[in-house]
Design a protein around this ligand. Structure first.
Ligand SMILES: [Zn+2]
Length: 445
């Protein structure tokens, strides 16, 4: 039986953070076994949308559980050990309650987010999750991004030498920096994923420098103390309250690094993420794009059918004149059961390995889904929980399950073309960098 958030007051939920699709509040009301130590994750809707049409209610059982729950339980738990995932469960909400929460907390949201979207008050279910940032500890949220250099087999002559030398994240950062955005230029994900102590230290310094210089606006590192995201001016909050808070920021960085480093070295999570990303993206977007264009030009049976000879009437592609380039990518978005089937193949040890050097057109759907799932892991974050720092006792072991993977949402097929275009922009832009091209080392490749 799902809990009813409406048994609590909106005043008892404080704003924590938000992403593109969801917004998160944490419970800080009177002790309540159902809600202590939890956060409420709610769907958002565009500020301009007509709210009544934003969600279709299931007339018999009320609203379905958020598909995110099923995706996590049936898919993500097969890839990431459950001790490294937040606990998620459905929870009932209602419009009146959501409206008062929105009225109460909207002013705390970032200005640009408020202009774009708002809480979807038409929903009747939300997600209750473990509150990873809200207790009396330091929660370090890292968005590691791309963990590997691509397989060179499918890169063009124009991109191969560039993509094999500089990782996707560092090239993208360089492009954003030229556009004037704050980016962590000193951070390379391949350092973080290297498994090497010196390189992980470099990665932490790079993240810290960007956190420091951007006043916390770069989203690859966020630091929370008691549920609140802190800025560099509040860096001393990382320390235990009985430690001299007059310490310099550099000293705090050293203690922070000394506490975080052994956890990042010990946790199996980084290696798992890098393996998953790499094995789900064996073609690079260039090879994948080549494959889907091949499908479009080789006129497989489905294309002949779509051209209008003997296609069944209910087939969605028959009505409109064929837009060849969209045929593959507008195939229906994967459902949870498609993801389950995909994982059965991906995780199967008995099915012969696919030859990624000569990918078979028949496996196009597999490669599309693999790339989408890889994107989920390229965009997820990890949260590492540390005791508030006491420099003299740093050596004490902290449990490895204090590393949790979050933001594992499925990505939509409709984004593939955007990614293809972005990849082209990034590599073209980096090709124009004449000297001082960054050298990123993929030690897991
Ligand atoms: Zn790099």
């Amino acid at each position: 039986m799902a809990a009813h958030v409406t048994n609590t007051l909106p005043d008892h939920w404080k704003y924590v953070s938000e992403g593109g699709a969801t917004i998160v509040f944490s419970y800080f009301g009177p002790s309540n076994p159902q809600f202590d130590g939890t956060v409420l994750r709610l769907r958002k809707t565009l500020a301009t949308s007509v709210e009544e049409s934003s969600f279709v209610e299931n007339t018999t059982d009320g609203e379905q559980d958020d598909p995110m729950l099923e995706f996590q339980h049936k898919c993500m738990e097969r890839l990431i050990p459950v001790e490294h995932l937040p606990r998620l469960e459905p929870v009932h909400i209602d419009r009146t309650w959501l409206e008062s929460l929105a009225a109460l907390r909207d002013a705390e949201r970032p200005e640009d987010r408020r202009r774009r979207d708002r809480i979807d008050v038409t929903r009747t279910k939300g997600i209750l999750a473990t509150d990873l940032v809200g207790g009396d500890w330091v929660a370090v949220e890292i968005k590691p991004k791309w963990a590997f250099l691509p397989n060179p087999a499918h890169l063009s002559d124009a991109t191969r030498s560039i993509k094999m030398q500089t990782c996707r994240f560092c090239m993208h950062s360089a492009m954003k920096a030229r556009a004037g955005d704050a980016v962590p230029l000193g951070y390379c994900p391949l350092d973080l994923f290297s498994g090497d102590e010196t390189r992980i230290r470099t990665a932490i310094y790079g993240l810290w420098a960007a956190w420091d210089e951007s006043k916390g606006t770069v989203n690859n590192l966020k630091i929370f103390v008691r549920g609140r995201k802190i800025t560099r001016d509040e860096a001393s909050l990382i320390l235990s309250s009985d430690v001299d808070a007059a310490m310099s920021t550099e000293d705090i960085r050293e203690h922070f690094t000394a506490a975080l480093l052994p956890l990042l070295l010990d946790t199996p999570v980084l290696l798992t993420l890098s393996k998953i990303q790499r094995t789900l993206d064996p073609l690079d977007i260039e090879g994948l794009s080549h494959l889907w264009r091949l499908r479009e030009t080789t006129s497989p049976p489905s294309t002949h059918a779509a051209l209008g000879t003997d296609e069944p009437r209910d087939e969605p592609h028959t009505a409109a004149p064929i837009d060849v380039s969209s045929l593959v990518l507008t195939s229906p978005e994967p459902t949870t059961s498609d993801w389950i089937d995909f994982l059965d193949t991906y995780l199967s040890e008995t099915i012969p390995q696919l030859d990624h050097t000569y990918p078979d057109l028949d496996n196009l759907r597999y490669y599309l889904l693999a790339y989408l799932l890889s994107a989920t892991f390229k965009d997820c974050s990890i949260i590492v929980r540390l005791e508030r720092l006491r420099p003299e006792t740093l050596a004490q072991a902290v449990k490895p399950e204090y590393v949790t993977v979050i933001d594992l949402d499925p990505k939509a097929m409709s984004r593939l073309r955007k990614w293809e275009k972005l990849d082209h922009e990034i590599v073209t832009s980096y090709a124009a960098v004449a000297d001082n091209r960054k050298i990123c080392i993929d030690s897991r490749g």
